[in-house]
Design a protein around this ligand. Structure first.
Ligand SMILES: [Zn+2]
Ligand SMILES: [Zn+2]
Length: 439
């Protein structure tokens, strides 16, 4: 996190100033005679004590924080945590300390000039006040800096690559040139790219983010949930390439910045698998060198009420009116289609054209990010259609889905399935909303 380097420098200045301020105040408190303490002007004595106290506590807390930034503990700490929530807590703590130091430095400054002739250790108290002001300034700069960083993360001008799932040691190895890793002491980068997302030690089965059935089962702990795919993972690159290759609209092809694996419940997976096996046993795609049940990836764009998928936001919301989270939680529901008109009737619509699905992706909250779902779809034996057929409730006999082909009624392809078990959302992809082309 290079953005926090300059923050580290401010923190160091703050630490030194806080150390001097608290040392001076503590020294003054201890070396003022009992007689003089009694004559200290009202409010002055507690203020010195207050500065000494918050000075030492600032040292401990801010010192830990500096270590966090300097040694990369911060990355490790928030890799699994909710980064933006942590950021908010951090801002609150900073604001509290800013107010503490402001009141302490202000109080001591207002007392000293009036009563200095009565105080034995006046120069020391004045110096304590001076350093308290330096600490206060550092806190204000600190706070402003954090606000700027938060703003830039939110509007997408900083991409925080936390690469979740990869241990820091692995990331360091990955930075080394691949040629040097053949001595056996470290893992070659092409192996790191395929590390299982769950155990982080074995290699993924091709086309999966897990090494095998055991890790698939283990990954379901806490499902439904999102697990971020590290940018260095082979699947990240594969999905990114797919999105770009399937982008046919004239807007610039976006680059995915965050990709999440949608981990669904065992029940959800089982029903999909059962349907896929049923279609396969009926139509036999595998002997024709096709995928089981003619399973294919398809895109789907929908309305996102919350900010799920935005930087640091990987929790699914519980709102019943957030289609994005409902789909990721429970998968698609044909019954939610409602009474509205559908070009090919009541079904679940998706597309092989990512830029078409992009048109259906909508944010209800203000966000610079566009979210798109990549789904596994049991296309089975598709029936091609060119004209509208809004009375469709199922594919024609002998077929498992309908593909709306471009040419007459459509400009871009559509795939429609009429059963909930024929489709599952598998990845959530986030990219900065592409600007509409002027042409
Ligand atoms: Zn594994
Ligand atoms: Zn939501």
């Amino acid at each position: 996190m290079a953005v926090f380097r300059s923050y580290f420098i401010i923190t160091c200045i703050l630490l030194v100033a806080a150390l001097i301020a608290s040392a001076i105040c503590t020294w003054t408190l201890q070396n003022t005679s009992a007689r003089s303490q009694r004559y200290y002007p009202g409010g002055m004595w507690p203020t010195l004590g207050f500065i000494a106290f918050i000075g030492w506590s600032t040292l401990i807390i801010t010192g830990l924080q500096a270590l966090f930034y300097q040694f990369g503990w911060w990355e490790r700490f928030i890799r699994e945590a909710n980064a933006m929530r942590f950021f908010k807590l951090h801002l609150i703590y900073m604001a509290i300390y800013t107010i503490f130091w402001l009141s302490a430095a202000g109080a001591i400054t207002s007392f000293i000039p009036q009563h200095c002739d009565q105080i034995e250790n006046c120069p020391q108290a004045q110096a304590g006040a001076g350093f308290a002001w330096i600490v206060e300034i550092c806190f204000v700069v600190n706070l402003l800096y954090l606000f700027i960083v938060r703003y830039r993360i939110n509007n997408g001008s900083i991409t925080v690559d936390l690469s979740p799932g990869l241990p820091t040691t692995v990331k360091q190895k990955q930075a080394a040139p691949a040629m040097q890793t053949t001595n056996g002491s470290s893992t070659p980068s092409h192996l790191i790219e395929k590390l299982c997302l769950q155990c982080k030690s074995a290699q993924c089965v091709d086309g999966s983010v897990y090494c095998g059935p055991n890790c698939v089962v283990a990954s379901r702990n806490g499902a439904p949930k999102l697990v971020e795919l590290p940018a260095a993972h082979y699947m990240f690159r594969r999905i990114s390439d797919m999105l770009k290759a399937a982008w046919t609209h004239p807007t610039g092809k976006p680059t995915p910045q965050h990709i999440f694996v949608i981990v669904s419940t065992e029940d959800n997976d089982r029903m999909y698998k059962a349907y896929k096996e049923g279609v396969e046993s009926q139509r036999r795609f595998l002997p024709r060198n096709m995928t089981e049940g003619n399973e294919q990836y398809r895109w789907h764009g929908t309305t996102r009420e919350c900010k799920v998928g935005d930087p640091g936001q990987k929790a699914l919301c519980t709102s019943a009116s957030c289609p994005m989270c409902c789909i990721m939680r429970h998968s698609y529901d044909v019954d939610k289609f409602g009474p509205r008109w559908g070009r090919f009737g009541k079904g679940v619509y998706c597309s092989a054209t990512s830029s078409k699905s992009n048109d259906y992706s909508k944010n209800l909250s203000h966000s610079p990010w566009t979210a798109l779902l990549l789904n596994s779809v049991v296309v089975g034996n598709p029936y091609n259609m060119y004209d509208n057929s809004p009375q469709q409730f199922h594919p024609p006999d002998g077929y498992d889905s309908i593909i709306g082909q471009p040419g007459r009624a459509l400009n871009y392809d559509e795939t429609i399935v009429y059963r909930n078990d024929a489709i599952r959302p598998v990845y959530l992809i986030l990219y900065l909303t592409p600007r509409a082309s002027s042409g």
